[in-house]
Design a protein. Structure first.
Length: 456
């Protein structure tokens, strides 16, 4: 639709007008903008109160060196580190995570994760949207939206002037495509290093001047079209309102205020860690407080400027035990995660926000049981571990287990689709709501099952 072709455009009927913008969503405009009430009734949870911070451990973390140590396995499997006791009697995690060990009564572990795709692209997208990509991954991964984008579509902005979905930063082709929802539902991207002296957020930095200009033009078009809607055109007016809210996001000062990390006490900033990653985790808390619904933290970008190894991802095919503790003289991923995640859990709990903030920690797959000749572990989708906290999750729970070698679950396995359904459920979204009438049959939000043991 082009406004310059005004005569042809403005001759559309009321029914056609009400369908403007609905093709990407598969929902009527009215349904889309009122989905949260229906979802709350179906799940018994209030979406306006819920948020999610999703830690994506890009590269694939080793479950052996995090949440599922195997001290009784042979040396070529168990690795160099042993287990440590935790605040939950009988539950052990890697000895190199002492701060998280003292918070196990606040979190839940799922040790029965199992995927099907050992590729970074396919595995990442399966985790982030719950659907496998298939062999033609470059095309198919663009099909389904990731969870944050879908939450944006179904629940919208929680607070005026604040985007519903933020990536710190967006990890691009592997994890954050909005798929058939369209670019309007893409995550807001915060790329800058929060330790930079000039760190700040502006609308141009967030989306670029061209996208800002595009939104201004779109609003102008919607203004003209809204004037033509008759009395029955409620959906069109609601759609116009949604675009205005999106533009308000870019021009309000709430994001800039959330980025003022210097307003935090110095001791608290130190607790999170004075690294780019530690401060990104602190920023995630401030964004949730500002009204963001879904924040994705991508740990692969913690090591800007590093040239050795895998650049700070969890993809440690070699030198795993050194890199997880230290890389280029800076803290390794395991140290960073233990410190910043434990700080976030404590901080949210003390502020009374843990119960309404779901925390999810996972990568695209686990690592091979047997350590390779380069002292690393390779891609392994058959087993992995996931940590969850807050958002109604029962603390101190351990769901499932792997066999003695950590090779496969010896209990009921839980797929990426199950985790997608569980995350949606915690956020007040009915995981089995069908919303996109794709041929030959409607596509559900997630085709997995809620992991009910997490909500006992």
């Amino acid at each position: 639709m082009q406004c310059r072709d005004a005569k042809r455009t403005y001759q559309m009927g009321r029914r056609q007008a009400l369908q403007v913008g609905t093709g990407l969503f598969g929902l009527s405009l009215y349904d889309l903008l009122h989905a949260s009430q229906a979802q709350a009734a179906a799940t018994g949870r209030a979406p306006k109160e819920m948020s999610c911070i999703f830690f994506f451990l890009a590269g694939g973390p080793s479950h052996f060196e995090t949440f599922d140590p195997k001290p009784e396995a042979e040396s070529g499997i168990r690795g160099l580190w042993g287990p440590t006791s935790t605040s939950v009697p009988g539950t052990f995690i890697c000895e190199k995570m002492p701060q998280l060990a003292q918070l196990m009564h606040k979190v839940a572990l799922v040790r029965s994760w199992q995927g099907i795709d050992g590729r970074h692209d396919g595995g990442s997208q399966h985790v982030m949207n719950g659907f496998p990509t298939g062999p033609e991954s470059n095309a198919s991964r663009q099909h389904y939206p990731n969870m944050g984008c879908l939450v944006s579509a179904l629940q919208g902005a929680r607070t005026p002037g604040v985007p519903p979905h933020v990536g710190i930063p967006v990890a691009g082709r592997y994890t954050d495509p909005p798929g058939y929802l369209g670019k309007a539902l893409a995550a807001f991207d915060i790329k800058r290093d929060p330790l930079a002296a000039d760190f700040q957020l502006s609308e141009q930095l967030l989306v670029g001047q061209q996208r800002l200009d595009d939104r201004r033009q779109l609003l102008s078009q919607m203004d003209q079209l809204s004037q033509l809607a008759d009395a029955g055109g409620e959906g069109l007016h609601l759609h116009d309102h949604a675009h205005r809210e999106a533009f308000d996001t870019l021009t309000s000062g709430r994001l800039r205020q959330a980025a003022r990390l210097e307003d935090e006490p110095a001791a608290l900033r130190e607790r999170y860690g004075m690294t780019a990653y530690g401060q990104r985790v602190l920023l995630s808390r401030r964004l949730i407080e500002a009204g963001v619904r879904f924040v994705t933290i991508n740990q692969a970008v913690q090591n800007e400027g590093r040239t050795s190894g895998t650049g700070g991802t969890w993809d440690n095919h070699d030198g795993l035990f050194e890199k997880m503790l230290s890389l280029d003289g800076q803290p390794g991923n395991l140290v960073e995660l233990d410190r910043s995640l434990s700080a976030l859990i404590e901080d949210l709990d003390q502020r009374g926000r843990l119960e309404t903030t779901l925390i999810v920690v996972m990568g695209e797959f686990g690592r091979t049981p047997r350590i390779n000749s380069k002292a690393g572990r390779d891609h392994y989708p058959k087993a992995g571990s996931v940590l969850l906290a807050g958002g109604g999750i029962s603390g101190g729970v351990v769901v499932g287990a792997t066999d003695r070698q950590g090779a496969e679950p010896n209990t009921v396995p839980h797929s990426p689709a199950d985790f997608a359904a569980t995350i949606y459920h915690a956020l007040g979204i009915d995981a089995h709501r069908t919303y996109f009438p794709r041929k030959p049959r409607p596509t559900p939000i997630a085709d997995g099952h809620v992991i009910k043991e997490l909500f006992v």
